[in-house]
Structures are given as C-alpha cells and as structure tokens.
Design a protein around this ligand. Structure first.
Ligand code: ZN
Length: 293
C-alpha cells in the first residue's frame, strides 16, 4: 500500500480505528486486560467498556500504537513509507514526509521496526543455504593502530552480523548481530543447528575457520575466494547481495547507526526481504504491530 492509498482508504481517525479493530478483533472487541469479550461500545473515540473488569479500553491498548498523541493516519503513512523504502528511510526524511518532529519520526520508526522484528516462530532454512558474516560500523582512525595497518575481522571495532539465506527463488533470510567472541566454530555450529534443517539442507560458506567441522552437522561446500570466485554452485552470491543491500541502507540512510539499534535495522532488512512477495505487507505489519500476527 502506498501513501496515496493510505490517504484514500483512511482519511479520518475513525477509519484507522475501524481498520485496527477489524484486524485485531475481527469485529468482536476483546478486553486487552482480562480478555473478556463482554463489553459495551462507548461512542466517545471508539472506546469500549469491559463489563467483566470494569475498565475502558481502545483498540490501541498494549500495541505499538498505545498512548500515541499522533493521528493514526500518520502511523499508517509511516508504515507505508518504511515498507516501500527498499534501502530504509532515515528519521530526518520520515519527519519531513510526515510533517512531524524528527524525534517523533524516530520513535515511530523504532516502533514500526519493533513490529518487523524476527520474534515469530520461523521455519528452518532448507535447500542450498548460504552462510556468511559481515562487519558493520566505523573503523577506528588509522593512527590508533600501530604500523598504519588496518586490522580486518576480529581486530576491528566493527560489529559482526551473521546471516544465512536460502538460495532458491523466493528463499528466506535469517541474520542477527553477533558478539565477536561468539564467532567461533562451536557457536556457529550451534547456530546452524538452531536455524537450518540439517537433515535436508546443504550449507555453502567461504573458508573462514568458524565454518570448519561443519561437515559433522550437514553437507557443506566451501568457496575458495582466492582461487575462483564461483565454482559451480559453491558460491555465496545470494547472502553477499543481501549484505550489500543492508550496508547501502545503513551507510546511505542512517549514517551512524547506533550499535544499540543495529539489531532492529537488521530485522527491518530481513523482514522486507522475507516478505517481499507478500500480497498485503501493510496489513501484515499492522497486524504484527497489534500483536496478532
Ligand atoms: Zn476486562
């Protein structure tokens, strides 16, 4: 759904609330405090009175929209703008588009990213699965390293992100921010067992030592980047494309992504990638913001 459709479908606050009520409750309001559906509709601001626990509530209680002072249409516009920005959207830009303060735009975007998080139960990755790690963040200035040499990998101040992606058409990705000390063969094997269908999948990685001994877990092909970039199907092009999308988004739009928030940005890119063929991504994202998907 693009922003023109948002304006058209949800011109007023009450249209937004009716939509949220439909998505969250399917027509029968349910108290978010005691879960009773014995309630009386109050005319004011589309609120409801729970006859069981005697509280009044609206559809936004305990959702990402809770206690917002902003018209819901702005939220819907924000969801649309964020979903349609393939490389992500900076808070500054969102603030201009929504005509709100930059801090407000930032708070909304973080809430929407919360809805885009990878908390849901996920199916194990299967088929050809490419796995790789990348480093995100600023390097320390050159003079901080003796001998004018920039260290790579474990020696940098960057943060590692580990990811795996199904190569097949429409395949899914899983990526997460990792701790440097967890980049070892043992932890990586545990992650593979946790996220990949080891009975069916074939793993493809580069020759990093963290992928050694993976053969004990599942069939494993390694790419030797030094010798030949693509040897048959032993390549990691799919995950590398995902990394470049993620990095372009972060470098181009967010400049300095605080490492504290990096997991949410990674989730956002995974979400957009994994649902790229979803027929109603707007609806799905709203539903997740309401905690019902
Ligand atoms: Zn109640």
């Amino acid at each position: 759904m693009d922003i023109l459709e948002v304006f058209k479908k949800f011109p007023k606050q009450e249209d937004c609330i009716s939509y949220l009520e439909q998505v969250r409750w399917g027509g029968t309001p349910r108290c978010p405090y005691c879960h009773s559906d014995n309630s009386t509709s109050l005319s004011a601001e589309q609120r409801h009175h729970c006859n069981n626990c005697n509280t009044s509530y609206s559809v936004t209680v305990k959702t990402i929209f809770h206690q917002t002072h902003l018209p819901l249409q702005k939220w819907f516009l924000a969801v649309s703008l964020i979903l349609n920005a393939k490389k992500g959207i900076a808070a500054r830009q969102l603030a201009r588009d929504l005509d709100v303060h930059r801090n407000t735009a930032w708070r909304i975007s973080m809430k929407v990213r919360e809805a885009m998080g990878q908390k849901e139960h996920r199916e194990l990755l299967t088929g050809m699965v490419e796995m790789d790690e990348t480093w995100i963040g600023a390097r320390k200035p050159r003079h901080e390293f003796p001998g004018d040499k920039h260290p790579r990998g474990l020696g940098t101040s960057k943060t590692p992100v580990v990811g795996m992606v199904e190569r097949e058409d429409g395949g899914q990705v899983y990526a997460k921010v990792a701790k440097k000390q967890d980049l070892n063969a043992k932890k990586t094997r545990a992650l593979v067992r946790d996220r990949i269908d080891t009975g069916e999948a074939v793993l493809v990685t580069d020759e990093n030592s963290i992928y050694l001994l993976m053969r004990d877990v599942l069939p494993h092909k390694m790419v030797n980047h030094k010798v030949w970039y693509v040897a048959g199907d032993a390549h990691t092009n799919t995950i590398e494309s995902f990394w470049s999308l993620l990095k372009r988004g972060i470098v181009g739009q967010f400049h300095k992504v605080s490492l504290r928030h990096l997991p949410r940005y990674v989730d956002e890119f995974c979400y957009r990638y994994n649902h790229r063929r979803h027929a109603d991504l707007f609806g799905l994202t709203i539903a997740r913001g309401l905690g019902v998907a």
